[in-house]
Design a protein around this ligand. Sequence first.
Ligand code: ADP
Length: 430
Amino acid sequence: MLLASMVLDSISEGVIIVDAQNIVRMINPAALTMLGYNTPDAVMNVNVAGLLTFENSEGVKIEDSANEVFAALAKNQEFTTRSYVLVNVLQQKKAVAVTITLSKTGRGEKIISLRDIAKELEEEGEQAEFISTASHEMRTPVASIEGYLGLALNPQCATIDDRARKYLEEAHASSQHLGRLFKDLLDVTKLDDKKAKVHLVPTEVNSLVREIVSGQIPMMGQKNIKFTFGANDGIDGSTSGIRTIDQVSYALVDVDFMREIINNLVENAIKYTKEGGAIWVNVRGDGDRVLINVTDTGIGISPDDLKHIFQKFYRVDNSQTREIGGTGLGLYIVKMRAEAMGGKIWAESSFGEGSTFYLSLPRLTFEEYERRKQIIANTEMMSVNSAQTQAQTPGQQITTPMQPAIPPVQPTVIPAQPVQPIQPGIPGQM
Ligand code: ADP
């Protein structure tokens, strides 16, 4: 016991032990300093929620209702985050990793640890800057190699024998892979640096997803994968036998982000599904959200791995995945992109049987969609008019761009939507 408190007194990590009601029962000196107090008396026997104030990395206070630490404490759940900045009683700020661990005593105590990660974040920033510069520099020569290999493989540009064609095709595929790798790395460093700006536009999601996925059908064909799209088909292409109709659903999305998300999920579904398997994609309105699923009959993911797959560089390591190439960045990028649009991404899987990845987005009513489209159309018309006026009156500068602010999405009850019938899914077609 004495040894344990010696350790707690000497470590730089802050440790707070709370009881089942989240009342502070023990606090070590490092935690006291982090919270801005000199003696334990000020904090013992008080509810820990009163001692912990957090901001996000942009300096915005995390409201109690959105505070994931408080939610985990209330639900007696283990939790960890590196996204919070602790604001102590002296208004000093410190980026911390917060971890909640449940005690094994059976009495419901929880151990909250606070680790200063300022240096860690700074090093990661430098690392990201290096990766970003290096991958940016390397993309140019890789693109040129890819371009020349493409020319060599084009019968109109070069004459090569069959054996050389085979080698060059391999080299071409590898240079394309390398190009994608650099793009992923660059995307990740941009994400970490928050440089990627989101550009939300009102969109009909069903047709957008359908259009994106159609680009992947040839790849599925190469693996003889049966593909179905839409509400009428489950993964086996024959859900209930009852004819259902695809819903048209609206949301504010960044079309480029959507492309990246859907392409990544479908590419993974193809990559991790064996020859002759099946993939099903569907978009539906579900209350106040639009829900997209990408379902496959692939190798599946174990519950242990499922918890981590959205982490940066995480790759499942088993006999099946080892032969399949990848960076472990795809799903991390997908998650960041989904969250940037106010959406959520998660997966369900049955190991050895298949997986479903879900993307949910805040849904717009048809009226709200129309209204927002109108605002955009008006804005565009105003900019054209003002550009014309400017051109007609030389020397006169317009300093404020005419941009009416688009109001935030209101949570709404969704009335019945206009629907669009689709053809029943035909394997390999849409
Ligand atoms: P990777 O480049 O390794 O594919 P991702 O971030 O896209 O990286 O995916 C992380 C890990 O999640 C993969 O290594 C893979 O093991 C697992 N995974 C992703 N999608 C699927 C899927 N549809 N089926 C089975 N496993 C998947």
